[in-house]
Design a protein around this ligand. Structure first.
Ligand SMILES: [Fe+2]
Length: 192
């Protein structure tokens, strides 16, 4: 797995921070809903490798600061399929499938297949919540880090549309009760 992670260095912003936070958040959610250790281990791997397919997306699209045009969006949205192809031979099938489906939405408006609700593998549904939360609370080239409270509101607002509601609400509880520690730059960023 190390060589795959290294290969992502140029394509995932704040790679070593982001993928390990997603992996940790996802594992917390998995534990809260009672997944067994085998699935928690798989979830940890999916958290780290979910965006590995971006290696095969044009670097100019990945680095583009402004909004993407339709053709660029189409090409960017192929990264889950690339990630599936890169992991299916080396990892358990459920890991590769979770990578393939990590941008599917609960309401069916996600990609690549527009799967809905429980059609989406549970590991993919969990990583979507963890990934979205980290994207909001950490600094990205297109946005500063936003406060944890804002991210919790977003999770709750999109529970049942973007997110599996049980998972989004379970994670919001874990953060609010301090079970999951969030060392976000958000507070510091807003204070200065
Ligand atoms: Fe992704």
């Amino acid at each position: 797995m190390e060589s795959l992670i290294e290969a992502m260095t140029d394509v995932v912003e704040d790679l070593y921070g982001h993928v390990y936070r997603v992996s940790t958040f996802a594992t917390h959610i998995g534990r809260a809903i009672g997944l067994d250790q085998e699935n928690l281990d798989r979830l940890s791997t999916v958290g780290v490798l979910h965006d590995v397919g971006k290696i095969h997306v044009d670097p100019e699209i990945l680095a583009k600061p402004g909004p993407l045009v339709a053709d660029e969006i189409r090409r960017m949205r192929r990264h889950p399929e690339f990630g599936f192809a890169m992991t299916i031979d080396a990892y358990d099938r459920s890991i590769a499938e979770a990578i393939l489906h990590h941008h599917e939405r609960w309401d069916g408006n996600g990609y690549p297949f527009g799967l809905r609700k429980n059609e989406i593998p549970i590991l993919a549904r969990i990583v979507l919540v963890a990934d979205a939360f980290d994207a909001i609370t950490s600094h990205r080239s297109y946005q500063p880090a936003l406060p944890v409270d804002y991210a919790l509101d977003e999770l709750r607002a999109h529970a049942g549309t973007q997110f599996d509601p049980d998972l989004a609400l379970a994670f919001a509880d874990l953060v609010e009760t301090g079970t999951v520690e969030v060392n976000s730059g958000a507070i510091t960023a807003l204070a200065v």
